[in-house]
Design a protein around this ligand. Structure first.
Ligand code: IDP
Ligand code: MG
Length: 139
């Protein structure tokens, strides 16, 4: 285990439902620390760029439409094993299959509207953090 940074997004469904503060509370009660945070509405190009790895998938267009449907909160979370820790806290992609105690179970709806994003590996975490926080100097 070592200290890592990961990118988290509170997706438009979370913000629109007034659940952003609740998810932030869950993070504050966890071993992870919020070390950067922005509130913004993604442009279509920002959403397409962020999810470029999925551009051939059948759900890509809908996903980009969803991600631009309202404001999001983008954060960098830091802690021991932060990438896996945050993904465990989120639960699986499909909110309908997410176990009790996970954020996607508590705040998500289905496989698309699943409340939160989390990076899946050190390389993607570094890329995604740079995408929203260019030049950030994290200790
Ligand atoms: P992840 O967010 O759990 O890492 P990914 O496979 O990276 O899941 O997919 C990115 C996002 O695309 C998901 O969080 C979800 O919002 C959406 N998504 C993934 N698979 C589907 C699907 O089969 N139908 C509709 N939306 C999907
Ligand atoms: Mg993913």
């Amino acid at each position: 285990m070592s200290k890592q940074n990961t990118l988290a997004i509170l997706k438009p469904d979370t913000v629109a439902a007034g659940n952003a503060g609740k998810v932030i509370s869950v993070i504050e009660d966890s071993p992870l620390e919020i070390v950067a945070m922005r509130f913004l509405k993604l442009s279509l190009n920002q959403a397409k760029g962020f999810y470029a790895v999925h551009k051939k998938r059948p759900f890509f267009k809908d996903l980009c439409r969803f991600m631009t449907s309202g404001p999001v909160v983008v954060m960098v979370l830091q802690g021991e094993d932060a990438i896996a820790t945050w993904r465990d806290m989120m639960g699986p992609t499909n909110s309908k299959e997410a176990p009790k105690g996970t954020i996607r179970r508590a705040f998500g709806t289905d496989i698309e509207r699943n409340a939160v994003h989390g990076s899946d590996a050190p390389e993607t975490a570094a890329e995604e953090i740079g995408y929203f926080f260019p030049g950030i100097d994290l200790v």
